[in-house]
Design a binder for this molecule. Structure first.
Ligand code: ZN
Length: 251
């Protein structure tokens, strides 16, 4: 099958089923110009500028030990204010509005799915749009921490204001994880995109899927390819743009 035939087949699967779930990784965001800090170039620049790996810079123990450096790296690498949703984000929002898509599960923290109009977004690693004071729990906006030099402090109690993202060494939010598992368990069609499925908990979540068809969209091969009904090795933005064209023709 050519990629176009595969996309037509995916369009038929979307139109046939009423319960589609999307699970996305870093590749969904890189196409909006957000660099993947886990990539080879992300590792290279972290080592060059900070002499440390992204995993160390974004670990809870490093955050406690060197909060100034943590926030410098965090603001430079995990916040992209100019990033805009791409064709994958807008297509997923449109499929949700049309009642086909039930949930977006994402490992990204940039809020681009919500910016595109998606409502049921399960953010496994939290969101850089939410911050809270570690002392008193008061919530703050992203702008609040970006305006502050060095370590952002709470207006009420002087505590450190931290991003509501899951750092290395920290556990995932169990409510979000459970909601993601339930969404995948209930899915008839599971589309997985922009992830090599190497990072926890992506691989484990796929085991919850017991529905009809699994479709993988990624530029390179993944360990789950042999379980998938369709594997499309292409840019996720291009695939979703073509998918929406195909759906509009078939429906
Ligand atoms: Zn406080």
């Amino acid at each position: 099958m050519t990629d176009l035939q595969k996309i037509d087949e995916l369009a038929r699967l979307v139109l046939a089923g009423g319960n589609v779930v999307f699970f996305g990784g870093a590749g969904v965001s890189t196409e909006s110009g957000i660099p993947d800090f886990r990539s080879e170039s992300g590792l290279f620049s972290a080592m060059q500028v900070y002499g440390r790996s992204p995993e160390e810079l974004l670990s809870y123990s490093f955050f406690r030990r060197e909060p100034e450096l943590f926030f410098r790296y965090y603001k430079e690498n995990l916040v992209s204010l100019d990033a805009k949703p791409n064709a994958a984000h807008t297509a997923l929002a449109e499929l949700e509005r049309g009642g086909k898509l039930k949930a977006v599960i994402t490992q990204n923290v940039d809020g681009l799915h919500q910016a595109a109009g998606s409502v049921n977004v399960l953010e496994l690693h939290g969101s850089n749009h939410r911050q809270y004071c570690m002392g008193c729990g008061v919530r703050y906006t992203l702008e609040y921490i970006l305006r502050q030099e060095g370590v952002p402090r709470c207006r009420e109690c002087g505590g450190i204001v931290r991003p509501d993202v899951v750092l290395y060494e920290e556990g995932l939010d169990q409510d979000v994880m459970q909601a993601a598992m339930l969404a995948i368990m209930g899915a008839e069609l599971l589309i997985v995109g922009g992830t090599s499925l190497a990072v926890y908990p992506a691989a484990g979540l796929l085991h919850c899927f017991r529905g009809g068809a699994l479709v993988l969209i990624n530029k390179s091969a993944t360990p789950a390819d042999r379980h998938a009904q369709l594997v499309i090795n292409d840019s996720i933005g291009i695939v979703f743009a073509k998918l929406m064209e195909s759906i509009n023709i078939f429906k």
